[in-house]
Structure formats: C-alpha cells, structure tokens
Design a protein around this ligand. Structure first.
Ligand SMILES: [Zn+2]
Length: 61
C-alpha cells in the first residue's frame, strides 16, 4: 500500500497512518451508515482526520 498522504495540518509531520474504524456493528450508527470507515491519524501529535467511507476520501482531508 503506497498512498501519498498529505503532511499533518497541525504539526506538518509526514508520520501518518490510516486508521480503520469499524461501524458495522455499532448500534449508535444508523443502519444505512454502517460500514468500515477510514481516518488519517498523525503519530506525532495524534491529530485525526475526519472519517470517510474510503481511504481515498480520507486522505483528501
Ligand atoms: Zn500532527
């Protein structure tokens, strides 16, 4: 997996990873929105991008 991630908007670190969030069995989430979401997370300052329903959308934040 070689995705080009933008540097962190808070600390400019490029030490980022894409986190998976599993809402498939989350009863708080409406049924039509359940699924696996991706968010970009910064290792350095722990900043977290918004959760999207695909990696490609998550890295465009
Ligand atoms: Zn950061």
């Amino acid at each position: 997996m070689t995705k080009q991630l933008k540097p962190c908007p808070f600390c400019a670190s490029t030490n980022l990873f894409i986190d998976d969030v599993d809402y498939r069995f989350n009863k708080i989430v409406p049924e039509e929105q359940r699924g696996i979401y991706n968010a970009v997370v910064c290792y350095k300052c722990n900043a977290r991008g918004s959760e999207k329903d695909s990696e490609n959308k998550a890295i465009q934040v």
